[in-house]
Design a protein around this ligand. Structure first.
Ligand code: DX5
Ligand code: ZN
Length: 223
């Protein structure tokens, strides 16, 4: 558990007809980062938005834009997501054969580089890229949709990845099914960034977002 725990609301669960307002509201409500879920209908069975939408959201806040690419291939699009204003660009280890190359490309664009692992992907894929990483994103649901149930076996995986990280300056982020019930499990296992979509955006107003974010923070003892 840490006082430095960051909450990264996923706008996937927000009202897409007023995205700019939703971003401003969730920042007012206490969000630390904005998590942007990009889906292509190929790597995952759903389609969301691309770099043009992110570029239009960029002027609405100066918070970190945490872009989670659920697309394959990803390499042809990295520059566009960097130019759109992403601060962190996370690719899936399963999305292509050249993870090391993708991570180098992200850093060469001047952005922080992240790797995400599907629930079934072993953490051993991280072993030879640890020194290229700024963030590891542990999927605690199968990517593609919000509102799914947290997969309990990911708590031990998170703990093992925390051990692999050691004292490297790498953020350990959790994505999927994060609620005040599951947040303490992963925070205790070493996670320091929690993505939450439905648990933050339920209620549909800035007041409810504030209460929802505070409930997650309170559950891990970080407020
Ligand atoms: C799932 C996305 C998540 C999703 C989380 O593919 O990567 O970021 O929005 O939604 P909840 O918090 O509702 O599980
Ligand atoms: Zn995500």
């Amino acid at each position: 558990m840490s006082k430095d725990l960051k909450i990264a609301p996923s706008i996937l669960a927000s009202d897409f007809s007023k995205l700019g307002q939703e971003v401003r509201d969730v920042v007012d409500a206490g969000a630390d980062w904005i998590h942007l879920d990009v889906m292509d209908g190929h790597f995952v069975p759903n389609i969301t938005f691309g770099p043009d939408v992110i570029a239009k959201l960029r002027p609405h806040t100066d918070k970190v834009f945490d872009t989670h690419l659920m697309i394959a291939p990803c390499d042809p699009y990295l520059e566009a997501f960097a130019k759109a204003g992403s601060d962190i660009i996370t690719v899936h280890a399963e999305a292509g054969p050249h993870l090391d190359r993708s991570l180098q490309a992200i850093r060469n664009l001047g952005k922080k580089a992240g790797v995400s692992l599907n629930p079934s992907t072993p953490e051993s894929v991280l072993e030879y890229v640890l020194d290229r990483l700024d963030l590891i994103l542990v999927m605690t649901v199968n990517p593609g949709f919000g509102g799914q149930k947290f997969i309990d076996a990911m708590v031990e995986k998170t703990r093992r990845i925390k051990q692999m990280i050691g004292d490297r300056p790498i953020d350990l982020e959790i994505d999927g099914g994060v609620t005040p019930e599951t947040a303490p499990l992963v925070a205790n296992a070493g996670a320091n960034v929690l993505v939450a979509g439905s648990a933050v955006f339920k209620g549909g107003s800035v007041e409810s977002y504030r209460g929802n974010i505070e409930a997650i923070r309170a559950s891990v003892g970080s407020n």
